[in-house]
Write a protein that binds this ligand. Structure first.
Ligand code: CA
Length: 370
């Protein structure tokens, strides 16, 4: 701001405060007078996460803390870990039927309700975190997803991203597509559907239940997020081979769901604040994961004897082929899926061409010339 404007605005601010004080002698300040016009509201937020996963559960905490701070405590949402209000994968139903006002979860847990919900989180061989945000906020993505959620009495807000994930924990090495056949693996969303086409028995378990299932041999392999979270879950104690890349989740978005009728009861100011807080949660979670994952990967390898393995090109090519066959089939059977998928695919092809020129070329030069 130029100095002259600053002086003018300050003078106007002082005059306004003086006028307000003169008009309402019982109010000591204009701020207090403004606050008292907005209602006190208490909500509960069900989540899909255990408390121990501070990054992903942190998406719920950031959202609630920032809303509380920006409203002087008047709009107070309390987050709850998975299992306290409802089970980790029951957040959608609880928000839809109004059992809770809002939730923090991942849309792709609920592809049984509508397979196109996967695009709001991440799909195999889809968008990186940066590309996903571009699609959601400026590529028609959020609008497309909101159209679907409206049919479920829910309004959704991006509120976290893990960045590109790891490709999961295996008890033995996986070298060819044939090695996947018959494996029982915890992998949700369309990633699970693609794995099924490669012969895997895919299962969806909430984060807090993965370790026990893998450790006891109820499943042979499991994916969760990446080094920082996977170390916290102790997955390295149950399987030693840690694969990359997590081709089914190049940049998954976590979301805040709000019951549509409850959303409409909010004052406009609280709606704006909730939206702003979710933007902050969306950015903050990605920054935190990116800052922590490198160190955690080093600890897993050096202190826990984890063996890092890259998926072979044969597996990646077979998986990508199966993924796009699945999308094309879904699009021909389901008009909603087609409506999201076709513009999404155009967006993916364009942004991937651009990012290979800018981000990818400099990142690969730096990685190879340290
Ligand atoms: Ca995952």
């Amino acid at each position: 701001m130029k100095r002259r404007n600053f002086i003018t605005n300050t003078a106007i601010g002082a005059t306004t405060a003086a006028t307000l004080a003169a008009c309402s002698p019982t109010s000591p300040s204009s701020t207090e007078a403004g606050e008292s016009s907005l209602p006190k509201i208490e909500w509960r937020m069900a989540t899909s996460w255990p408390l121990s996963l501070d990054t992903i559960y942190g998406g719920a905490i950031t959202t609630c803390d920032r809303i509380r701070a920006m409203t002087g405590g008047r709009f107070d949402i309390t987050p709850y870990p998975a299992g306290e209000l409802v089970g980790g994968l029951e957040v959608f139903d609880a928000v839809q039927n109004g059992a809770v006002e809002c939730g923090h979860t991942a849309g792709y847990y609920y592809i049984g309700k509508n397979p196109a919900l996967a695009f709001g989180t991440s799909v195999p061989f889809g968008l990186t975190a940066q590309q996903q945000n571009a699609w959601l906020y400026h590529g028609g993505g959020l609008e497309a997803m909101r159209k679907i959620y409206a049919g479920f009495n829910i309004i959704n807000f991006p509120a976290g991203n893990t960045g590109a994930q790891m490709g999961g924990w295996f008890k033995r090495e996986i070298n060819t597509p044939d090695d996947l056949k018959g494996l029982k693996m915890r992998i949700p969303g369309l990633g699970g559907k693609v794995m099924e086409r490669l012969g895997v028995n895919a299962q969806s378990l909430p984060g807090g239940e993965i370790f026990v299932a893998l450790d006891r041999g109820a499943i042979d392999a499991a994916e969760w997020v990446g080094p920082y979270d996977d170390e916290k879950l102790g997955l390295y104690k149950a399987a030693k081979f840690y694969y990359y890349p997590g081709w089914w989740e190049p940049g998954p978005t976590l979301e805040v769901f709000v019951n549509q009728e409850m959303w409409e009861t909010l004052p406009k100011e609280y709606q704006e604040i909730l939206q702003t807080a979710t933007y902050e949660a969306n950015m903050n979670m990605l920054a935190k994961y990116d800052a922590l994952n490198g160190d955690a990967l080093q600890t897993l390898q050096e202190e826990h004897g984890v063996q890092l393995r890259q998926y072979s090109e044969d597996i990646l090519k077979a998986a990508q082929k199966a993924a796009f066959e699945l999308y094309e089939e879904n699009a021909s059977n389901d008009a909603t899926f087609k409506e999201v998928y076709e513009p999404w695919k155009q967006f993916r092809d364009r942004i991937s061409a651009w990012n290979s020129i800018n981000d990818l070329s400099i990142a690969s030069f730096i990685a190879n010339n340290k």
